[in-house]
Structure formats: C-alpha cells, structure tokens
Design a protein around this ligand. Structure first.
Ligand code: NAD
Length: 498
C-alpha cells in the first residue's frame, strides 16, 4: 500500500482479514482537500460483497480466533503499542487530518493526542475488575462475568475522522470484540493510517477490519447483517434512525451518538469577556462542525445588545484560512456538499425573517476560491420555531435568542428535539446548578464549553442518541453481562415426587 504526503495522490486500500485489498469492483473514490478543492487521495470503494467479506473475517476471528480469549493484560499490551505509534506519528497524522478534513493543525494536533490517550485509557480500564458476586443462600454462589459481545460494526462521521473512530475502536477491542469499521467516505485518510498501525503492532488477522465506501451500501450492510452482533454509530439523527430500523432484523445491540442543537446560556451576571470568548469557541471551533457545538446562544435580555455587539466584533476578526497555515483560526467546511448545505440554511434563515449580524457568505478571493470557506455567521432577530433555530446546520452559523429570566432560559434551552449538550455562564453557582439540572442534555458545562475527558461519558438525551461513549460507560457498551449461579450442594432438587 502506498501512502505519501505532498502532491502525490495517496492510494488508500481496505483492510480485511489482515490483508490490504482493493475491493470487489476495484472502483475508487476521489478524496479532496477542502482548503484547495484538490484531489489528494483515491480510496478503494467498498461494496456489499466487501462488507460481507469483512464481517466474515471478523466473525471467524471472534468465533475461532484467540482475541476474545486473550487475557486483559495481553489485549491491553496491543492497545498500548497502538497508542505509542500514534504518538510517534503525531505530526504526520496531524498533517494528514488537516488536508483531509480541513481543520486547523492546532485542532488536529489535539485530536491525535486525545486518540493516543484514549487507547491508553482503555488499556488501563480493561485491567480493572469487571465482575460482581452476590450474597445469596449459602448453598449457592451467584456471580456476574462480563464478556465481549462478538462482532461489532463501527460506523463514524467525518468531523473527527480519527478521534471518533478511536472512541469506538479502543473500547471495542479492549473488551475482546472483533470489529468491522467504516470511516466516513469523505475522510478515510487517518483511519487508513490507524489500520497500518494495527498491522505494525501485529494485531491478529481478522480482529480489526476496515471497509470504506458509501453509507447506504457498506454502512447499511453492516447494520442489517445477521452476523454482526452490535452496531455502534456516530453521525446524523436521520441516519441513526435508519440504522436503528436496519439493526432490528437480528435484534443487534445498538449504540447511537447523534446530532445536536445545543444551547449556550449567558446570564447578565456572567464574567462578560469569558462568556463572549467561550461563545465564539463553542460555535466556531471546528468550523461549527462539532456535534456539541453551542449553536444557539441564549442571552439574558438586559445584556443582549452589548453581548451581541462584542461577539460580532470578534467573529469578524476570526482568521479563516487553510488548516495548514499556522495563522489560521478557522478552516474550511469539509466538502462542497457540506458548504452548500450550510449556505442553503443561511438562505433559509434570511427567508424566515432572521437577520445576519455577520458572515454567512462564501470566501471567494484569491487563495480561497477553490476551497469551501464560509465566513463565521450569526443570526439575530430569530424566533423559536424557525428552521435555523430548530435544525442542526453543522457549520459556522449561530443563532441568538434572548430570555427574560431563568425559567424562560430553561424553556428555550429544551425547546428542540435534540439533547446532546449545553452550557451556562453565570457567577451565581446555585443558579448555574439549578439550570444545569433542568437541561435535558447529556453533556453540560458551567463557565466553559466543549472540553471533555476520556474518563467521563459522552452521551445524548432525546434524539441525540442512545448509549454512551468514553469512560466506564463506553466500555460497558461493548460488554455482555452473564449471570452464573453455582450450586455448591450437588444433589437433586426433589421438586417432583416421581
Ligand atoms: P452521516 O449520518 O451522514 O454519516 C455518518 C456515517 O454513517 C458515515 O460513515 C456514513 O457513510 C454512514 N451512513 C450514511 N448513511 C448510512 C446508512 N443508510 N446506513 C449506514 N451507514 C450510513 O453524518 P456525517 O454527515 O458524516 O456527520 C455529521 C453528523 O454526525 C452530525 O449530525 C453530527 O452532530 C453527528 N456527530 C455526532 C457526534 C456525537 O458524539 N453525538 C459526534 C460527531 C458527529
């Protein structure tokens, strides 16, 4: 397999049963650098046949292979080696993530470090005790053991190509499962590198398989297959709904991390500059292509003019540019398709009667015209039922809403179908806690935004998901629970007389 940086086109193959393969039809998909519109790689395009081969490889490795039966310590040693290799290749992976996804190097750098840390976290966690025993009548011993689920299908989006993959792959492998993994068809570059690392550390053949290609083809096959025991998906809510239905054939376990439209609530007593700063970070980090983005800013009425003015002043100064320019603060959108979707939502907002306070247009001057750059946008004069307030745009577009009091802030915060995340800015600790307790969302922040840790679960309420990533909760997703009742008095029960 050839994989080169620079102007040469990278060739990306699939990894099935421990072999690099070009796939059933030998078809290729062009992978584009979103900052330049240039072709950087061609990826093997998987088919249903390829997905089935990968599922069979994973099935065989689980049913007949050594992986599920290795000691936790042995599995952990593989994970630790993978973490070390990610660290060794940090700069290369960071650069690849930037040219594939568009995110600035500084963001890609954090992703690579977090990915290595995630493998280390699960290498450690799998060594912790996982079973339980119960005090039952003296002639019995009841206990619970945790076992791998089997073949896990892992399907991920393009916004954190490596990191979202690792959030699933690390706990799935630590738990002793075998995997069939599908990266987003838009961003397969760093995932391919990760599978090179799996090969380098000698992961047994068939334990980790990667099929690239379209969601409706490869992803769907993983979701419907009777030979897959679980599907863990991160992506849009509509796709999640489809996966839920597709997975019902063999009642496979599902775990879904879905979309969001998260509120960032700014009270008048907040530290003003801190709140403005995090409000900008909450929406424009990742060009707004972050599931937990603070895409609705709810400001207390008494400070709205001052707050919006300062926010807009700073949003206009954000340096938009190619991710590999160290000066760049916000990169392009990931693809032409995503840019078109975002620009369409901006048009919808204007037609709905909201006003653009800044940005919202494509950058077309020299050096930008081939890329997918959109100036950071903010809508004011919004109404709660507008589509731009209710729907996930997944781009650098924020909507401002205002509230009079705590009760209205909570009501507006919960007024969407989503329940992924939310933030509160206030210097009144009791108020912060009261509001956080009422927000129907799984990830919340007080006087900060976006930060999360491998130790803590990542989880959506309502239509933002089912199940959790990260922490002990993220490992539990990939484990079965078996009850064992052991008779210590081996003699007939005598229930029936004859
Ligand atoms: P998407 O739903 O379009 O695609 C996600 C993955 O699903 C891709 O690999 C895609 O190929 C695959 N897919 C598409 N159709 C499929 C089908 N019919 N069957 C099986 N697989 C299919 O999402 P996206 O545009 O790649 O990513 C953006 C979305 O991801 C946003 O909604 C964002 O909020 C969400 N997201 C959520 C989290 C979270 O933790 N909650 C994290 C990151 C992204």
């Amino acid at each position: 397999m050839v994989m080169e940086l620079g102007h040469k086109i990278m060739k990306l193959s699939m990894y099935i049963g421990g072999e690099w393969v070009e796939g059933d039809t030998n078809q290729k998909r062009k992978i584009i650098n979103p900052a330049t519109g240039k072709w950087i790689a061609e990826a093997a395009e998987g088919t249903v046949t390829d997905a089935r081969l990968a599922i069979q490889a994973a099935r065989k490795a689980f049913d007949e292979g050594e992986w599920p039966n290795l000691s936790a310590e042995e599995r952990a040693s593989y994970l630790l080696k993978v973490a070390d290799k990610i660290d060794e290749r940090h700069d290369e992976l960071m650069a690849l993530e930037t040219i594939d996804n568009g995110k600035p190097l500084r963001e890609a750098g954090y992703d690579m470090s977090d990915a290595a840390a995630c493998f280390r976290y699960y290498a450690g966690l799998i060594l912790a005790p996982h079973g339980e025993t119960y005090t039952v009548p003296d002639n019995m011993q009841a206990m619970v053991v945790r076992e791998p689920i089997g073949v896990c299908g892992l399907i991920v989006p393009w916004n954190y190509p490596l990191l979202m993959s690792v959030w699933k792959i690390a706990p799935a492998l630590a738990a002793g499962n075998t995997i069939v993994y599908k990266p987003s068809e838009v961003t397969p570059v760093t995932p391919t590198k990760l599978f090179e690392i799996f090969e380098e550390v000698g992961l047994p053949k068939g334990v980790a398989n990667m099929v690239m290609g379209a969601g409706e083809v490869v992803g769907n096959e993983i979701a419907v297959s009777d030979d897959v025991d679980m599907v863990s998906f991160t992506g849009g809510t509509d796709t999640g709904r489809h996966i839920m239905k597709a997975a019902s054939g063999n009642m496979k376990k599902i775990s879904l991390e879905l979309g969001g439209k998260s509120p960032n609530i700014i009270f008048a007593d907040a530290d003003f500059e801190t709140a403005v700063d995090y409000a900008l970070f909450g929406i424009y980090c990742g060009s707004g292509q972050v599931c937990s983005a603070g895409s609705r800013i709810l400001v207390e009425e008494s400070i709205q003019d001052k707050f919006i003015a300062r926010f807009v002043e700073r949003a206009n100064k954000i340096k938009v540019g190619p991710g590999n320019d160290p000066e760049t603060e916000m990169g392009p959108l990931v693809s032409q398709e995503q840019m078109d979707k975002v620009l369409k939502y901006i048009q919808i907002g204007i037609e709905e009667g909201a006003k653009l306070a800044c940005g919202g247009y494509r950058l077309t001057e020299d050096g930008y015209d081939q890329g997918f750059f959109v100036a950071p946008a903010a809508f004011i004069d919004t109404k709660p039922d507008m589509r731009i307030v209710q729907e996930e745009i997944f781009g650098p577009v924020v909507v401002f809403q205002t509230f009079k009091d705590e009760a209205e802030a909570i009501q507006l915060a919960n007024d969407t179908k989503y329940g992924l995340a939310g933030g509160v800015f206030t210097q009144d600790a009791a108020k912060a806690m009261r509001v956080i307790k009422k927000i129907r969302a799984g990830i919340t922040w007080v006087n900060t935004y976006h930060g999360t840790y491998n130790e803590a679960p990542w989880h959506g309420y309502k239509q933002s998901g089912i199940g959790s990533s990260l922490g002990t909760y993220g490992l539990d997703e990939f484990l079965e629970t078996k009850q064992i009742n052991f008779n210590l008095n081996v003699e007939p029960i005598g229930w029936f007389a004859n």
